[in-house]
Design a binder for this molecule. Sequence first.
Ligand code: PSU
Ligand code: MN
Length: 332
Amino acid sequence: MLLLMLFSSSNFLFFFITSDDQHWMAGRDHLKIAPDVRRALLHGDAVVALESTIISHGMPYPENLQTAREVEAIVRDNGAIPATIAILDGVPCIGLDDEQLERLAKLGKKAQKTARRDIPHIVAAHGNGATTVSATMFFASKVGIHVFVTGGIGGVHRHGEQTMDISSDLTELGRTPVAVVSAGVKSILDIPRTLEFLETQGVTVAAYKTHEFPAFFTESSGCKIPCRLDSPEDGARLIHANLNLGLGSGILIAVPISKDHSASGYTIESAIQKALEEAKHKNVIGNAVTPFVLARVNELTGGASLAANIALVKNNALVGAKIAAVLANLKR
Ligand code: PSU
Ligand code: MN
């Protein structure tokens, strides 16, 4: 056992490092943690992880940069420190400064979409990786961040029972104790099968102020779920219980899109159905389906889908930061 003394701005912190912690510290040598994130983690203050694929692949420049900055500001204004996670020049970064955020936003699709399986390759090749939900959860958990905010997560694709195209976000939720705050999954995926798969993986799925699992652009998917949260306190207690029990699995907290934006949500939903029909007619298959549909939906809705996407991410940031702030107090 080793006694470690750390000096922070206001006081001395003492840590007893057991062999388990040493393992954890060693694991962190390959990571760069931003100073404000490190400070918050040392003090047990609230931290919210944010993914970077949504910046590089989910939105065009410069809306992606503006949204990333605004989401970080919302997290700060609601009592938590934001930690956007990405791999830059082969180094996993937990928390990006403004220059790094801008670099990532400008790289766009030149940054590699990085899921769990891609991490060692991007690091070994000194590449730039924009982390998806699965990779972001992995890094968040490694440094002790338990709340993570995004827009939507991946899921079981339509006809996934034949193609086996199931996002690694779902298996990561089964193995990593991080709560992911999202607006549910897009209806271009198979939502009932996504929920079935999450159940198999042992993932607690909760909906915020509703009994229904939301479908990203709209409040409803037709799927009821058993766990309802009515406040940030409810969310924090759920995460705290999950951590104390040592279940080791994650939690999906689904926050429906706000009423102001769900109106355009129904227009977007019909555009999605049209785009899916077009994809079928044009024989667009596999990996190409999602990018085709999303680009077509943005055209068909005259940009309304992007505006709704930005609005729901900001709303999730508000809820997630409040949950993280209560959780930090519960853990003291
Ligand atoms: N769903 C969205 N927006 C996104 C993504 C999903 O509504 O930006 C991104 C997230 O990074 C998510 C990833 O983790 O896509 C899932 O990709 P795949 O289906 O290839 O696992
Ligand atoms: Mn896939």
